[in-house]
Design a protein around this ligand. Sequence first.
Ligand SMILES: [Fe+2]
Length: 297
Amino acid sequence: MSTQNPRRVERQQTDKGYVPVYTTAVVEQPWDDYSAADHRTWATLFQRQREVLKGRACREFIENQERFGMRADAIPRFEDLNRVLNYTTGWEVVGVEGLLPELEFFKHLSNRRFPVTWWIRRPEQLDYLAEPDLFHDLFGHVPLLLNPVFANYMQAYGQGGVKAYGIGADALVNLTRLYWYTVEFGLIRQDGDLRIYGSGIVSSKGESIHCLESPAPNRIAFDMERIMRTRYRIDTFQKTYFVIDSFEQLMDATAPDFTPIYARLARQDSIPAGAVLDSDTVIQRGSGEGWAKDGDV
Ligand SMILES: [Fe+2]
């Protein structure tokens, strides 16, 4: 199979805006078809982020990238990653054409399969891309799948997603916020300092620096129900980051049945992305500098 172009089916208007829709089938990574420019894009982004993430990313992220043998030289082969995953946490990376419909995505996670977009952004898109590509999915998400606790959290999230899908749209909104503020944009406290573990951060040079060093955003201790009520930004850096103490804390939070939690949340208002509540454990209150007034989702 393999082609240089993802089989983008069409664009479709959804509640998340005008988004590309792809075939949902699992595809083989067309490794031999990556161009020299594709490998160069990987190399540029890899070197740049590894430099930026020194002393900023959590230790598990860096250690696990090394255990996978990820290097700047070439785009990793999914089959090589899978050999390592297979004998550690039993996860598997599967190739996909792009962002999947929610239910498909949840089903993959609940079966310990992580979908990775096979194509990489173009050189002129180094700094920003609205949708996930290979660099975001592979560099950002795959390393923590080697951590046994985080790997279990990802599966629990997938199982929770399948269940929430059956409960209704509001439950899905609540659950998606949890993913956003943990898996994509989470911070963790390690050795007394804040470190990054969220994939949306580690795959972005600007946000890797902003999330730790800018005075603008709030940094608030993890509180699951609070997070599930909190709206977020898809078009700017986050106004608030939530900080966990350990991956075990995440796993423990997902242990209860979410059904009564969804019912409780349905009776409460959502919280703006930049708000600080009296009940929050505030690690650092943001200055709010440069924030757009609207656009939370
Ligand atoms: Fe992601």
